[in-house]
Design a protein around this ligand. Structure first.
Ligand code: PMP
Length: 457
């Protein structure tokens, strides 16, 4: 009876999603066979059949301190009962206090300018607004990003994203004033400034540790030098902390502060984990004069400074301090790194490299070509699901397992994940599967509607 109910529920969720939700939601869909999730508890997720998974991607880094963390749930629901929204036409305590608490975590800006915060509703919106502010402040249109950078897929964020995978006719060409350079090459950046922008740049944006592009640290000192060069040419620097912020690197609250980067930007963008899954949160933090230049522009978004999202975010910041989250990122990150490095040595034909730091790491899957490694990663990813591991794949080829779980993940979970990765790798090695044939079999078909019947029976 229970099984029948579960089955009916699964069928109706899948049917309704495929029939009534737009197929345009398909980008990044993880599996060909749908996975219906029902609830989350700290680092774990549960599906409609009550199967438990370790969430190695924090539901796309939205969940920073744990699914349904009781302190965050309480803060958000208490606020929801009092006032669920307060337009920025009026003043409210939650956004004002959250802004103060974020600014208190920042180092002083070398210019002596104060930091101020503009809350928006998502990461793309934060990056889009930061680009607009940079353009208005400098009076120039040219924005520069890095190859393999991901900054969102709406507005100027779409133009600044350079993953090379976008299937619509080239996101970056949507904006003639956005361009990209290779990371870690200061000479190329300077040439680009001189010859592409004619020396007149509005701003430069970088993730302090590249995330969706494949988990790549920047070369030591690059970010600091790049920011200085941009300032020398009259532009502003932007650190996109949507993934690297909130202590995830295990070293500092923001990614630009790590020993590797030691840079201070003019502007910072945040989102995702700031709300621990309560959406409607994104932020641009910048030097006051940059924001002041923008006060003459008509810019408004209805849900900015939403008090429920801000109350949740304040609770997240408290949990980060009270539960030693940064320490946990460091310790669990080191454990992942040690164990996965061993695995790369043990089976280099399956796992090529482990990169990153803290709970911001990427395990690159091997393959005779880049495309092949993407196919191998797809198959291993699918097999890991059976071991109760949910993860995401990054890079344009989709060949990098992203290790970015809720930051409360524990010692035993890490060992369980490593064991599962070892086990699927070992099976893979032994069976020496013909990966491309397998991949073809499981590759999601073009028209998912045509598969609906198969999925339901
Ligand atoms: N910046 C970075 C670094 C991101 O990783 C993302 C999302 N993956 C964004 C911006 C865009 O955020 P959102 O999806 O909330 O628009």
């Amino acid at each position: 009876m229970l099984l029948n109910n579960v089955r009916r529920n699964f069928s109706s969720v899948v049917k309704n999603r495929l029939k009534y939700l737009s197929p345009s939601l398909k980008t990044f869909e993880a599996f060909d066979k749908p996975l219906v999730l029902e609830r989350g508890e700290m680092q774990y997720l549960y599906d409609d059949k009550n199967n438990k998974y370790i969430d190695l991607l924090g539901n796309n880094l939205t969940v920073s301190v744990g699914h349904s963390h009781p302190k965050v749930v309480k803060a958000a629901t208490d606020q929801m009962k009092k006032l669920s929204h307060c337009t920025t036409m009026y003043y409210h305590e939650e956004p004002a206090s959250l802004a103060k608490e974020l600014v208190e975590r920042l180092p002083p800006h070398p210019s002596g300018d104060e930091w101020v915060v503009h809350f928006v509703n998502s990461g793309s919106e934060a990056v889009d607004l930061a680009a607009q502010m940079a353009m208005v402040y400098t009076g120039r249109p040219e924005m520069i990003g890095l190859h393999k950078g991901y900054h969102g897929l709406q507005g100027y964020a779409a133009g600044l994203t350079a993953i090379g995978k976008a299937e619509q006719p080239c996101y970056s060409s949507m904006f003639s004033s956005t361009s990209h350079v290779s990371p870690n090459n200061i000479e190329q950046l300077e040439d680009h400034l001189k010859y592409t922008t004619g020396g007149k740049v509005a701003g430069f944006i970088a993730e302090p540790l590249q995330g969706y592009g494949g988990i790549y640290s920047l070369k030591q000192g690059y970010l600091k030098e790049a920011f200085k060069l941009i300032n020398d040419y009259g532009g502003v620097s932007i650190a996109d902390e949507v993934q690297t912020g909130m202590c995830r690197t295990g070293e500092s609250f923001f990614g630009f502060e790590t020993q590797n980067n030691k840079a201070i930007p003019d502007m910072i963008t945040m989102a995702k984990g700031l709300g621990n899954g309560v959406g409607l949160i994104g932020a641009v933090i910048c030097r006051r004069p940059i924001a002041e230049a923008f006060t003459t522009k008509m810019f408004f978004n209805t849900y900015a400074c939403n008090p429920v999202a801000c109350a949740a975010s304040r609770a997240v910041l408290k949990v980060i301090d009270e539960e030693n989250i940064m320490e946990n990122c460091k310790n669990m990150g080191n454990l992942f790194h040690t164990e996965l490095s061993k695995l790369c040595l043990e089976m280099p034909e399956v796992y090529r490299e482990i990169r990153g730091q803290g709970l911001f790491q990427g395990l690159e899957v091997a393959g005779s070509t880049l495309e092949k490694s993407g196919e191998n990663a797809y198959e291993l990813h699918r097999r890991l699901l059976k071991h109760g591991i949910l993860l995401g794949r990054g890079s344009a080829a989709g060949n990098v397992f992203r290790i970015q779980p809720p930051m409360c993940i524990g010692h035993n979970d890490v060992l369980k994940v490593v064991e599962a990765i070892r086990s699927v790798g070992m099976q893979w090695k032994i069976s020496n599967d013909k990966t491309s044939e397998k991949y073809e079999k499981y590759r999601p078909k073009k028209n998912i509607y045509a598969q609906m019947e198969d999925l339901l029976h």
